[in-house]
Design a binder for this molecule. Structure first.
Ligand SMILES: [Zn+2]
Ligand SMILES: [Zn+2]
Length: 111
């Protein structure tokens, strides 16, 4: 093992680093994403996507019938999708996402 070249060592180091990064990525992302994004000039909330998935319907735009908005629904909010009854997400108006409050409030024209 005396003839290990510098590039092999570097390759091993990078490989180990990538492996560690892959394993730890979710934690690192959760921990650093906000500060990273802001340091990159990106929006802290949406990462410059300009929009955020609706927390109620998880971005689908619809929620299953019998969900938390099952009360007081209008008939025209019902819609059959694939035989299963789903209702429009009233929180996002079936869009599945909102404009990012940070970006949109500061720059409404970007929507
Ligand atoms: Zn929604
Ligand atoms: Zn944003």
């Amino acid at each position: 093992m005396e003839n290990v070249t510098a590039s092999e060592v570097a390759g091993f180091g990078v490989g180990t680093l990538l492996l560690c990064a892959t394993i730890a990525a979710p934690k690192i992302d959760a921990f650093f994403s906000a500060s990273q994004r802001s340091s990159l000039g990106m929006c802290k909330k949406c990462g410059d996507l300009k929009r955020m998935a609706c927390s109620n319907c998880k971005g689908a735009g619809f929620v299953k019938d019998g969900g938390i908005f099952s009360f007081g629904l209008m008939d025209d909010q019902y819609q059959s999708t694939g035989g299963r009854s789903s209702i429009k997400c009233t929180k996002c108006n079936a869009r599945g996402h909102f404009g990012c409050p940070e970006c949109c409030l500061s720059n409404p024209a970007s929507m």
